[in-house]
Structures are given as C-alpha cells and as structure tokens.
Design a protein around this ligand. Structure first.
Ligand code: PHE
Length: 346
C-alpha cells in the first residue's frame, strides 16, 4: 500500500490540471467521496498494526498534497478569469434611461424663475375652493355669467337657507390663491401663484377642461399701471427674447380696474404678419389690470393707502408661444413621441 501511495504522490506532484474541467476531474479522481483518497482511507482499516503509523502518515501527506494542489490551481483559475476577462467589475452599472420633463413643467419653472428674479414669492392654494375665494371676494356680481354651470365645475351647492360659506367648486383660476394671500398677509405683497385650474369646456385644440395658470399680484403704496407695464415687458423679453414687443388692449375683469389684455409680437414672424398671428403681427398672452378697490377692501386691505396690480396667464398658452405647439390636447395626452422632444437640462 505504501508503494501505491508513493506513486499517487508522484502523480499528484506532476499533475497540472489546466482549466476548470480538468481541475474538476482531478477532484473527482482523488478527493471526491468515491475518489482514490477516501478509498485508501477505507483500505487503511486493514493495514497491519505495525505498519499503521507509517502508512497513516503517508496517507495524510497524500490527502494534504492533493488538497493543496486543488486549492492552488483553483486560485489561479479565479485570478485568471478576472484579469483576462473583458468585464470590468469596477465600472458603474448601466444608467437608468432618463425621462424628460413635461413641457408644462419646463415652462412653469421658467416663469417662476423669471418672476422670482424680480422679487416675487410663490404661493399655492387648494384646487377645491369655495365661491368666496373664486368669485365673491373678487368682485364678481352674484349674477355674473362666470358663476354659471357652463364654466364652473360645482362639487356641491348649499341651499340658500343654510348659513354656510357658499358653494364648493373646482377653482376656475388661481386668483383664488391671491385672495387667500391678501387675507393672510399685510402689504407689501409680491407673489405669483401657479396651479391647475378647471373649467367646464368642451375639449378642442384651443380649449381644455383642465389647464394651468400663473397669476401674479403686487400690492404696496403707490403701485401704478406703469409698474405693471414695466414688469410685463421685462417678463415678455425674458420669456420670448429681447426683441419681443408688448401691447396692452383695454379689457374687462371684475377684479381689476382698469383691465387690459397683453399681446406679444408674434414669435414666428416677429410682427410682420404670418398665418400663426393671422397676419396681425400679435399674439394674445395674458390678462392684467389694477386690483379693484372692492377686492382690496374684501380682503381687509386699506384701498386708500394701497394699490396693486395683478396679471394671469395660462401656462399652456405660454408654452404654445414658446414652442409653437398649437394643439392644447397634446399637452395632456402623454404621448412619448411628443414629450421626448422636450429634452432639457432643467
Ligand atoms: N384670472 C384671470 C383669468 O383667469 C386672469 C387675470 C388675472 C386677469 C389677474 C387680470 C388680472 O382669466
């Protein structure tokens, strides 16, 4: 038996398994349960007592050598794989595919950026509002057509007998947020209120029942129409470019007096006339005016001491002028082919 072991020892010393398959055969041959070495240990029981010590030592040596060989080849295989392999395990994993911001978010952020640079804060308020904040405190007469179900989504109406604050509805403009600001803050007030608004309109390329607005409010002593005009002309130049001209046309809103609508020179033809501006050279952008004294008084602001201006625009409208996308519905459909065109760092 001792000779057998010696010859195995030689075999093992000269064995040079290359690759994982050969190493596995080596293990099966010598070390596995039915391999040579466990078999020899079985036979060891029959070795005469006087030889046990010598054979035992050799057998242990054999087992140890086989195991060492196996371990060292295995180690070299592992290092070989990672050094030769083209996989660099230290590299970062694949990045997640990046989404894009929605064009309305892009324009909303841009509008907020422009007004915050000239000192406007951002105020937000509830989308579900009461009549008081959407209409009454903004000087809408009780019979004003904007209260009609045609324009407003009512959540419920409270019967006139009940001594309740009034109807609950989805806000039709974010002027309601400005009422809340006036109720809670003392002038000077300089704030913009971006948000979703709701109107009961049939959906078409030009109208939607949900859209977004940004409205601005500035109240202090001696605020004049000239301040309004200068603020808006700065805003138009920032949003649409230095050469943009503005024009104010008289208009009507219950909560401002005087009221105006602001046009900007056409973003396509620069004012020469084209089919986008219907050959007028102008595109309508927003409504504005001097805050009506009744509105100030309804919010406990002294209208003898303070004056203010307000303006409001649709964010979709601003996006249309900026991107020349003239079908409102595209902003709501979430079609990736549309949205992916607005890749931006913002
Ligand atoms: N609230 C008006 C609207 O929704 C816009 C506006 C705001 C007009 C402030 C004048 C002053 O159309």
């Amino acid at each position: 038996m001792i000779d057998k072991i010696k010859s195995y020892l030689e075999d093992i010393a000269s064995a040079n398994p290359s690759g994982a398959d050969e190493l596995e055969s080596f293990r099966l041959k010598y070390l596995s349960k039915k391999g040579i070495i466990p078999e020899l240990f079985d036979e060891f029981r029959n070795v005469p007592a006087d030889l046990k010590k010598e054979v035992g030592q050799k057998l242990n040596e054999l087992k140890q050598k086989a195991q060492e060989k196996y371990n060292s080849v295995k180690r070299s295989l592992i290092t070989e794989v990672s050094s030769v392999s083209e996989i660099d395990l230290t590299k970062p994993a694949f990045p997640y595919p990046e989404g894009t911001r929605h064009p309305i978010s892009i324009v909303r952020r841009e509008l907020i950026g422009i007004f915050s640079r000239i000192g406007f804060t951002v105020s937000e308020g509830p989308e579900i509002e009461d009549d008081n904040h959407v209409f009454t405190k903004l000087n809408f007469a009780p019979e004003h057509p904007a209260r009609d179900m045609q324009d407003t989504f009512y959540i419920y109406r409270i019967s006139p007998e009940e001594s309740n604050p009034g109807d609950i509805l989805l806000r039709t403009h974010t002027s309601s947020v400005q009422v809340r600001v006036m109720e809670n803050q003392k002038p000077p007030i300089r704030t913009i209120s971006p948000g979703r608004v709701f109107r009961n309109e049939a959906i078409s390329a030009r109208a939607h029942c949900i859209f977004h607005q940004i409205e601005g409010l500035y109240i202090d002593e001696n605020v004049s129409f000239a301040d309004l005009k200068q603020t808006l002309s700065f805003f138009a130049a920032e949003l649409l470019g230095r050469d943009t001209k503005i024009r104010l046309r008289p208009s009507y809103f219950p909560f401002t007096e005087p009221s105006a609508e602001m046009d900007v020179s056409c973003t396509i033809c620069g004012g020469k006339g084209c089919n986008v501006c219907k050959y007028t050279g102008w595109l309508e952008l927003l409504g504005c005016g001097m805050v009506h004294p009744n509105v100030l008084e309804a919010c406990n602001i002294d209208s003898k001491k303070y004056t203010g201006f307000a303006f409001g625009m649709g964010i979709e409208r601003a996006a249309m002028l900026k991107y020349q996308v003239n079908d409102l519905r595209l902003y709501f459909e979430n079609d990736l082919r549309f949205l992916e065109q607005f890749r931006t760092a913002l």
